[in-house]
Design a binder for this molecule. Structure first.
Ligand code: GTP
Ligand code: MG
Length: 203
């Protein structure tokens, strides 16, 4: 699938304020700095439609991008950012959880996992919570350009092993690098399949 047009549609502090037009949504979630906004830019073929930063905690609201007038990419704030107050962190967590639990237009959450580090308990906990809440999700490994091939394989293997402790079946997984623009076609094909089912074949 090719994306022809992307428009920033707005930033919202709560789920209830998000667009109510019922268009299908695909949300990007993961630890602060994992590369959510960079991945959205890569998928859209735009340099900085979603704002990125070297410093964690850049995305602080629920950001909507309307694609080809038909569906939304949603950029969420990250979880697990240590350098903000406990109160603020709880507010962000509530914003993210509320969005994920209540959003009927949400087709799938893309959970981003940093491929250059070993499994992080906070990611496993978050994925297990998604499962408990029956929120559909897939896994996206990010920054695959950073580790050496052997290390990359070991990190992915270890992550899968950690998931297997809780899950009988593993979710679908994608390997990506925003820097090298890899994984784009696979993710866009997946979104197209879901949209074809939701919107009909002519989407
Ligand atoms: P928050 O909004 O703060 O939660 O972060 P985020 O998850 O949106 O991450 P963002 O896209 O802002 O990227 C964080 C940093 O990681 C930036 O310095 C990016 O350039 C870098 N980065 C993102 N994707 C990749 C990648 O595929 N490869 C490499 N090497 N760096 C990446
Ligand atoms: Mg961001």
């Amino acid at each position: 699938m090719k994306i022809n047009h992307v428009a920033f549609a707005g930033s919202y502090p709560t789920e209830t304020q998000c667009p109510q037009d019922g268009k299908p949504e695909f949300a990007f979630i993961g630890r602060s700095n994992v590369g959510k906004s960079s991945l959205i830019n890569m998928l859209c073929g735009r340099k900085e439609i979603a704002h990125t930063s070297k410093k964690p905690g850049k995305t602080q609201l629920i950001n909507y991008f309307l694609v080809d007038s038909n569906w939304y990419l949603v950029d969420l704030p990250g979880y697990g950012y240590a350098k903000i107050s406990k109160k603020k962190r709880r507010e962000w967590e509530k914003m993210i959880q509320d969005y994920l639990v209540k959003r009927t237009a949400l087709q799938c959450a893309f959970v981003l996992i940093d491929a250059k580090i070993p499994p992080q308990p906070i990611d496993i906990e978050f994925i297990n919570w998604l499962g408990e809440m029956r929120i559909p999700f897939v896994i996206v490994y990010t920054k695959t350009d950073r580790p050496k091939k052997k290390q990359l394989e070991a990190n992915i293997q270890a992550f899968q092993q950690a998931l297997k402790e809780h899950w009988a079946e593993l979710p679908q997984q994608f390997l990506t690098s925003a820097r090298e623009r890899t994984g784009k076609e696979e993710i866009l094909s997946f979104i197209k399949e879901v949209n074809d089912r939701t919107l009909g074949q002519d989407s």
